[in-house]
Design a protein around this ligand. Structure first.
Ligand code: CIR
Length: 254
């Protein structure tokens, strides 16, 4: 059974980093939405494990940024936001029980939200959080797994997966104008609807369904026309802190 590793919403989540001076998220509602997200993962066949939240790390629910699974290894990241680096150890310790863990070292920085694995290729966002050294170190680890790496500069968004969302094994939904789409050669590209800019996020499930953000119905409608099976889920408070559907879990195993 595939595993989804999650982390509780911190009681200090209302102090989470917010890039564009938006409103702080509502902690109680976020806890409720996180619980529904967990239920959705379980309904799709995942065994969920939830690490304890940390009052000293408001962003700890965004577990994706702290580790990525590439082939048979986990990579403990070195988040670009210094105040988030203390989130890594509890996650990498748990992953070490299941697989080999390698680490990104100084001066490298890498956020898991910048890492997308599709069709045996690792795509990584060159963003304000992930630098050249982090990307080079990730490329070396990916090479040990026989996987090529493509660096994708991102603009106007936090992470690659803020703007390029896998929805099935070969399709991504892209927010127009955020990446050079020629770097995604070989992937089928669907564009996020203009009226829903920066609202769409998604997480493909092992059972063939795909979790999608409930506030992007037009983009979701396009996916239905392409034959996908979207399951809408409301994560408004996670989005208020610049997160989406990928960022609250690390999926591994089968
Ligand atoms: C941050 O700025 O780091 C958090 N407030 C949001 C991180 C979202 N992470 C993700 O989508 N992978």
């Amino acid at each position: 059974m595939p595993v989804a590793l999650l982390r509780e919403v911190s009681p200090s989540f209302d102090e989470a980093l917010v890039a564009h001076g938006g409103r702080p998220p509502d902690v109680a509602v976020a806890i409720e939405q996180h619980s529904l997200y967990r239920t959705a993962l379980e309904s799709a066949g995942y065994a969920t494990e939830v690490l304890a939240g940390d009052p000293d790390h408001p962003d700890c629910v965004f577990v994706e940024d702290t580790a990525v699974v590439i082939g048979g290894v986990a990579v403990a990241t070195r988040p670009g936001a210094e105040e988030r680096r203390g989130e890594v150890d509890p996650v990498s310790s748990r992953l070490a029980a299941s697989m080999t863990v390698k680490a990104i070292d100084e001066p490298g920085t890498l956020d898991g939200g910048d890492v997308m694995v599709m069709n045996g290729t690792v795509y990584v966002g060159r963003s304000s959080r992930s630098n050249d050294s982090g990307i080079e170190q990730l490329a070396a680890i990916a090479a040990t797994q026989g996987m090529p790496l493509v660096a994708v500069p991102v603009s106007g968004v936090l992470h690659l997966k803020s703007a390029v969302l896998p929805v099935d094994p070969e399709t991504v939904v892209v927010t127009p104008g955020t990446v050079d789409e020629s770097l995604l050669d070989g992937l089928r590209i669907v564009h996020e609807a203009d009226t829903e800019r920066h609202r769409f996020s998604a997480l493909p499930m092992a059972d063939g369904t795909v979790l999608v953000t409930a506030n992007a119905p037009e983009t979701t409608g396009i996916l239905v026309k392409h034959g996908l099976l979207p399951v809408p889920i409301d994560v408004s408070e996670i989005q208020a802190a610049d997160g989406g559907l990928t960022c609250m879990s690390i999926l591994f195993g089968d």
